[in-house]
Design a protein around this ligand. Structure first.
Ligand code: HEM
Length: 46
């Protein structure tokens, strides 16, 4: 069966050693970057 795009993406990250806690840090950095770079697009609602 052909792998789905999401499954392949999971494999790329798993093989690169990406752990659960890395997603938390990345999420924080992404949200802070949006807040700083385009404040008009920022809202604290998740
Ligand atoms: C939901 C969050 C994330 C999304 C949507 C995402 C998306 C992607 C995409 C589209 C690729 C390219 C895959 C490919 O070449 O086939 C990639 C590669 C990669 N991502 Fe992420 N990523 C996410 C989170 C993270 C985090 C948290 C880390 C680690 C801090 C990370 C590390 C990497 C690494 C190491 C690669 C491989 C780069 C390479 O060797 O070409 N990603 N990611």
């Amino acid at each position: 069966m052909k792998d789905s795009t999401l499954k392949k993406l999971g494999v790329v990250h798993y093989k690169s050693g990406v752990l659960d806690e890395h997603y938390e840090v990345t999420k924080f950095a992404l949200l802070e970057t949006i807040k700083e770079a385009v404040p008009e697009m920022w809202s604290p609602t998740s």
